[in-house]
Design a protein around this ligand. Structure first.
Ligand code: ZN
Length: 150
């Protein structure tokens, strides 16, 4: 059972009353800032098995080549070593490093009224206090493909 007022925010459940910025920031970074992770962090947090060059299955080899091309080369030994930690620990370490080293570059989107983090980097409505800062005239307020007479 969920408690009254619990909201879904970046994969976690939290109520406005229980809002914790540290917890919210970690969830937000894990969801929206994965491109700040280094190749090893991405490889060992996005996949539940070590993607190494010696995988025999065709699909696994294709996936390995894809991440090598997307993120850059990662040593098999580093990948295997990273998996000595649990999935949760790998994720926590990567997210905390990104927050520590890239904080000023992160696309953090905070409500102008309550300063809490909102759901996405482009959201213009606060999940927590309800504040809405869409300005009139933005494309999604006046869809050109629909005419509904208002
Ligand atoms: Zn707010």
């Amino acid at each position: 059972m969920t408690t009254t007022g619990e909201k879904s925010f970046c994969g976690i459940a939290m109520s406005t009353a229980d809002y914790d910025d540290t917890v919210a920031l970690r969830a937000y970074v894990a969801k929206h800032c994965r491109h700040f992770m280094n190749p090893l962090e991405r490889r060992t947090t996005e996949y539940s098995v070590p993607l190494t060059s010696d995988l025999s299955h065709d699909k696994a080899q294709r996936l390995y080549r894809f991440v090598e091309q997307r993120d850059g080369h990662v040593d098999d030994a580093e990948t295997v070593a990273a998996f000595e930690l649990s999935e949760a620990a790998r994720e926590k370490n990567a997210v905390e490093r990104v927050i520590r080293e890239c904080y000023n570059d992160l696309p953090l989107n905070r409500c102008p009224r309550c300063a809490r983090l909102v759901r996405t980097p482009i959201a213009k409505q606060c999940l927590w206090c309800g504040h809405d800062w869409h300005s009139r005239g933005e494309p999604w307020h006046e869809p050109k493909t629909r005419s509904h007479g208002c």
